[in-house]
Design a protein around this ligand. Sequence first.
Ligand code: ADP
Ligand code: MG
Length: 376
Amino acid sequence: MAIPAAGLTERTGSAPGRVNLIGEHTDYNGGFALPLAIPARATARVRSRDDGVIVAASTAPGAEPARFAVDSAPGEVTGWAAYVAGVFWALRDAGHDVPGADVTIDSTVPTGAGLSSSHALEVAVAVTLNDLHGLGLDRTTLALLVQRAENQYVGAPTGTMDQMASLYGQEGHVILFDATSMTAQPVPCDLPAAGLSLVVVDTRVHHEHTGGGYGARRATCEEAAALLGVETLREVQGDAVDDVLGKLDDDVMVRRVRHVLTENARVLDTVALLRAGRADEIGPLLTASHASMRDDYDITVAEVDLAVEVALDAGALGARMTGGGFGGSVIALAPADAADRVGDAVRSAFDRHGHASPSVFTVRPAAGAGIEENNQ
Ligand code: ADP
Ligand code: MG
């Protein structure tokens, strides 16, 4: 039996889920977002095999183990294991001859809750393979590879913000992501020091990104950009916003574009407040973002609208849906001593309305993806 070189055959890495503080559906429009890595993480243990096979397993309930060839093309692996297969495919397609492996996923990021469990999984696999095979890829390159995996292999037309947050997250900071320059800049956001809590309400209304709503929004934005003669809607800023909206005559397109343009401005306003140490003043921007997603982008559902409304009534400074929409999670920024009250109020409102009981927890900005220290 061949004895593999010590330390080269197995690695464990991990990557966090993310909450987007503000800036929704802006990434695929070349715009700005302000996500944070959260404490919940996906861990990937990868052990190389020499038979060209990937055996993928997950501790998640219902995720059946899968066995497939390392060179499986898009479409050949479906279900949860496509997220694993997609990362191998994207790396190999980029010329990195990674061998097969036993891949074991163990994640605390809830799935389908808008916290990007899929990207946590993919980024965990990507950073682990990068380290295991000494590929030397930087974090932005990994983010783009993971995007290819999710777009081309899994078939979900998602952007780049989630992976960038998972890769560049830092404790005590939100990440200003600029999708045009593909840069991620940490912005201090020490919530406890500001006496604030960020409450997450997972409404348990679960979306499917591979469904049509997300793709349709993206297509409308691309159509609008083409009509306006710009590469992406990001190019429209400041005083140009009103002019541009006047040039479009389809009402639905006007509303979609208005969301994207005003959302970019809200992200930059939020960053300015955080940099000025005024975190307690960002609430109205979060709430305005929600109204824009509800009224202009049409991506909220009754449960998330209810959670936002009740959180605000219970003393939150601002609240909004976070993530791609059509369900998922709501975040509420609250004075630390009001956080429990906000959670209780949302839980009892859901009960009164006959909705399934939501999962409520608080998050703080946590560290980004990395390799576990106890690797041999
Ligand atoms: P989100 O990324 O917002 O949680 P998605 O629909 O994009 O929602 O991704 C959820 C999918 O990702 C799951 O249905 C599953 O296929 C896959 N997934 C996420 N975490 C795990 C896990 N721990 N084990 C297996 N599959 C997972
Ligand atoms: Mg996802």
